[in-house]
Design a protein around this ligand. Structure first.
Ligand code: AMP
Length: 364
């Protein structure tokens, strides 16, 4: 069996590494001359909207998936003429636009922060009078890792924020004073079978994920599964999905979903019976899903900007290194390390030296 991936970054690399033991070969298409998935895939260099590159990817593979949600809609249409592409175009189109995403949450009864569509400065004034301040202005499309958003604190911030985001269609969101940020990662097979990973508790800095902790047995697990379950069933979804949630005094609020494997689920490589990468491959190839049960307690620390010395990481107990083979660059995710222990009381102590190493090299 042959899997094609649009995108050749670290997610494609980890998908390929989990596909190989299943006897599945992987090809990927990426515009970079040496993307980090290249050493472990049949690598095609080309633009995501290049018809000949897309045709070649489709011709070399049985099923196509993608590792990022900003795939051009036209490319998905072209690929779907050649064969199956999972997750499907509906999930992708919704995830590409924050307004569509929030409207779907509302339709499905998935609680979400107050929001309003903003198409011009007058809309922004109206939205602020409706939702109050502070609030967050986010571009509808192409935002990631905290990019494409501005916090509005006082009425004087409005014009500058609108201009700074490029005067493009936006949504305004009420600012949520959350207690915790959580994500629930689910996987759904073509026959509708679903499985859910234990919740992940996430810490961001400057909009970038820094730390994710597995939370097996968390009191919010059941509610989170109900919410993401509604989403995957409505979308007739195939593959892994991540739903990001804010825990507030009034319960869980959905922030956004990613129609792909997710950074907050990297700990599943060591901390679950079947990783999110393997389960995504299984789902999109129509194979039986693997168990999502936790194996002990796990944490993941991202390396942003540059990698620490590998030996400094490998000397730490119960710690597993994942370097992405990427050149250092400010704000770039270049690798991560996970800790897994059977003794949950040890997790904090084990993860602290890893966080210190990450902070020493981080630029933010
Ligand atoms: P996003 O790109 O929407 O995932 O936002 C990046 C990060 O900004 C989130 O992980 C939160 O830490 C923060 N954030 C986003 N939206 C809100 C909100 N409505 N209220 C408070 N914090 C938010």
């Amino acid at each position: 069996m042959r899997l094609g991936i649009l995108g050749g970054g670290q997610l494609a690399r980890m998908l390929a590494l989990s596909a190989h033991p299943l006897g599945i070969s992987v090809a990927c298409l990426d515009p970079a001359p040496a993307a980090c998935a290249a050493p472990v895939t049949n690598y095609l260099q080309g633009a995501y909207d290049d018809p000949s590159g897309l045709a070649e990817l489709a011709g070399r593979t049985d099923v196509v998936t993608y590792e990022f949600e900003n795939v051009p809609a036209e490319s998905v249409r072209v690929l779907s003429e050649h064969g199956p592409i999972h997750p499907g175009p509906g999930a992708l189109a919704t995830a590409q636009d924050r307004l569509f995403e929030k409207q779907l949450f509302r339709k499905l009864g998935i609680p979400t922060p107050g929001f309003a569509a903003v198409g011009n400065p007058a809309d922004l004034q109206r939205a602020v009078s409706e939702l109050g301040l502070p609030a967050i202005l986010k571009t509808r499309r192409l935002g990631y890792d905290g990019k494409g958003q501005k916090l509005l604190r006082v009425p004087g911030d409005l014009d500058q924020a609108w201009e700074a985001l490029g005067a493009v269609p936006c949504i305004l969101e009420a600012f949520v004073p959350f207690e915790r940020e959580l994500s629930v990662i689910a996987v759904r097979a073509p026959n509708g079978n679903r499985a859910f990973y234990p919740l992940s508790e996430n810490t961001h800095r400057e909009g970038i994920l820094r730390l994710a902790l597995s939370r097996p047995g968390d009191p919010q697990q059941e509610t989170a599964e109900t919410l993401v379950g509604r989403l995957v069933d409505d979308l007739d979804y195939v593959g892994v999905i991540a739903l990001e949630l804010f825990q507030t005094s009034e319960g869980l609020l959905a922030n956004e979903f990613a129609p792909r494997v997710h950074n907050s689920g990297h700990w599943t490589i060591e901390g679950a019976e079947t990783s999110q990468f393997e389960n995504h491959v299984r789902a999109v190839m129509g194979l039986p899903l693997g168990s999502t049960a936790a194996v002990g307690h796990a944490a993941m620390v991202n390396f942003i900007g540059a990698m620490p010395e590998p030996a400094a990481i490998l000397t730490l107990p119960d710690t597993h290194l994942h370097a992405y083979d990427k050149a250092p660059r400010a704000g770039r995710k270049v690798g991560h390390a996970s800790v897994r222990t059977l003794d949950g009381a040890q997790l904090d102590a084990l993860v602290q030296p890893l966080q210190r190493l990450a902070n020493e090299v981080a630029d933010g």
